[in-house]
Ligand binder design. Structure first.
Ligand code: HEM
Length: 401
């Protein structure tokens, strides 16, 4: 009689096979190793929905101050500025977040709706006229940065160059996980641009987020120019690529599930559900890191103080304990469980409202014009990252209704 030996689960966030389809690994982690340790790569990982959300909310014991990605941030001379308050603990974090929130209000975001639609159509309509085009190059890769620039008050003529710099900041060649020299150079130039913009608004305010941040005040406390510049840069790092990849993943999975896409075409009010289901099923920000501030006990094991802990957002969102039939893409599913996609607790994504609004507008405009579409499977390519999940290329052919 032969007995099959089951290898223990291994999880390597750098592995290209894992990037192709991380979900079988997540499944095994949740069931076989809910507290996972990888001594070679030097991290621990939590994969269950309840553990991931509880860890996000436990910011006293799980610190963000050493950075929130697996790789140490190699941003050259600007390392300390890039992540702004995303990589701070309270009370420093909360002071800055509250001040930023005075300027980056839900009202300011809601007022963007008309402009987001106009910017969407500027990119979408010429692409649809051609019939076949790359969704990332033509629409998803352009819109989020243009919207961020509009919000900040970057003048129109400068936006294409700002988008080019922002793309260089986050762009990685296949297989290169270190921050390349041109990304560091682009980040220095972007900082230079925002530094000049903040200096100009100091002299003459305008109706934009940059001016609102200069005026933000709580009991006499205000943001310094350096803090405002850092936050503007954080918006580029946290809000640009994540939204681009969300838009790409939405089209990819709707293309792979035409009956689901047909539901949205028939019932346009389902577009926001399409956004939510994509955020759940294949979110663009998959893995966020913390550092254990004290020894932490989970599932019979102990994460030692000082260790790196990965919170597997993509896994939490597929956990059957929270989502029935979690491995199926069902746009009109109803679920009362919280998504892990925007984090939770004190660092909950400040741009979640903007990301949802933007994605809903773009996908609504798309679905109202396109009755069906095909993804060219041979032309797609993925980004390879330990955090961001999505496509670098996503060619599609549309049938315009
Ligand atoms: C934080 C995801 C879009 C700004 C976060 C966090 C996640 C996340 C998971 C928590 C990080 C942590 O706890 O360490 C996403 C996803 C997006 C998106 C999936 C799009 C689909 C945006 C946009 C903006 C933005 C559009 C702004 C323009 C921020 C900021 C934080 C943050 C400022 C830090 C909040 C804090 O530390 O208090 N985001 N985000 N995000 N996000 Fe987003």
């Amino acid at each position: 009689m032969t007995s099959a030996t089951v290898e223990p689960v291994t999880f390597d966030p750098y592995d290209y096979g894992f990037h192709e389809d991380p979900y079988p690994t997540y499944h095994r982690l949740r069931t076989e190793a809910p507290l996972y340790h990888n001594p070679e790569l030097g991290f621990w990982a939590l994969s269950r929905h309840s553990d991931v959300l509880a860890a996000f909310r436990d910011s006293n014991r799980l610190s963000s101050a050493n950075g929130v990605s697996l790789d140490p941030a190699a941003w050259g001379p600007h390392a300390h500025r890039v992540m702004s308050f995303l990589a701070m603990d309270d009370p420093r974090h909360m002071r800055m977040r509250k001040l930023v929130f005075k300027g980056f209000t839900p009202k300011r975001v809601a007022e963007m709706e008309v402009r987001i639609r106009e910017i969407t159509l500027e990119h979408l309509e010429p692409a649809l006229t051609r019939g076949s085009f790359d969704w990332i190059d033509e629409v998803a890769g352009k819109l989020p940065m243009d919207v961020i620039s509009e919000l900040m008050g970057v003048p129109e003529p400068d936006r294409a160059e700002i988008r080019r710099l922002a793309d260089l900041v986050v762009h990685r060649e296949e297989g290169v996980l270190d921050v390349p020299a041109d990304a560091i150079d682009a980040s220095i130039r972007l900082f230079g641009y925002y530094t000049d913009m903040v200096a100009q608004r100091r002299v003459a305010r305008a109706d934009d987020l940059t001016s609102a941040l200069l005026d933000a005040e709580i009991e006499g406390d205000t943001l310094t120019d350096e803090e405002i510049i850092g936050f503007l840069f954080l918006m580029v790092v946290a809000g640009n690529e994540t939204t681009t990849k969300l838009l790409g993943n939405a089209l990819y999975w709707a293309g792979a599930n035409p009956a689901e896409y047909a539901k949205v075409v028939a019932e346009p009010e389902l577009v926001s559900d399409w956004v939510e289901e994509t955020l759940r099923y294949d979110t663009s920000s998959q893995i966020v890191a913390r550092t254990a501030a004290v020894d932490l006990d989970y599932h019979g094991g102990t994460i030692p103080a000082g260790a790196k802990v990965l919170l597997l957002i993509g896994s939490a969102n597929r956990d059957p304990a929270a989502f029935d039939d979690g491995d199926s893409y069902i746009i009109d599913r109803s679920s009362s469980s919280s998504l892990a996609s925007f984090g939770a607790g004190v660092h909950f994504c400040l741009g979640a409202h903007l990301a949802r609004l933007e994605a809903t507008i773009v996908l609504r405009e798309f679905a109202s014009r396109v009755s069906a579409f095909d993804v060219d499977a041979d032309g797609i390519s993925r980004v390879h990252s330990t955090n961001v999940r999505g496509f670098a290329k996503l060619p599609i052919t549309v049938e315009v209704s």
